[in-house]
Design a protein around this ligand. Structure first.
Ligand SMILES: [Mg+2]
Length: 121
């Protein structure tokens, strides 16, 4: 079971994700509404895993991923992507994102991604 930071500007997405995670035994240690806040919370909370939306105001998920991985090269980040974000996905791979889950979110896809990135925890 993992401690997880949710970074997403959509309240609905955050709620859906938190519900899936908590129902399956994970702990949501924080929720951030943009990439900058996500980075600050990562630094403070040091969660096992971050779920990172891509399109967000202030700082997007790619920028936030870059800051987080610079701070902690071992950070485990699962990117939540939407259709048509292939280029962003490739950028995220280069920056060290380990897993991708496509929106709309499926419970199994979310749980599988969390399980894969935390195999060695
Ligand atoms: Mg968004």
């Amino acid at each position: 079971m993992a401690s997880i930071l949710i970074v997403d500007d959509s309240r609905t997405s955050r709620r859906m994700l938190a519900d899936i995670l908590v129902r399956n035994g994970h702990t949501v240690v924080g929720e951030a509404v943009d990439g900058q806040e996500g980075f600050e919370q990562y630094d403070r909370l040091k969660p096992d895993v971050v779920t990172m939306d891509i399109t967000m105001p202030v700082l997007d998920g790619i920028g936030s991923l870059a800051l987080i991985r610079k701070l902690d090269p071992n950070a485990r980040v699962v990117m939540l992507t939407a259709a048509g974000q292939k280029e962003k996905m490739m950028e995220a791979v280069k920056l060290g994102a380990q897993e991708f889950v496509t929106k709309p979110l499926s419970e199994n896809a979310v749980l599988d991604a969390i399980a894969r990135v935390t195999q060695d925890v």
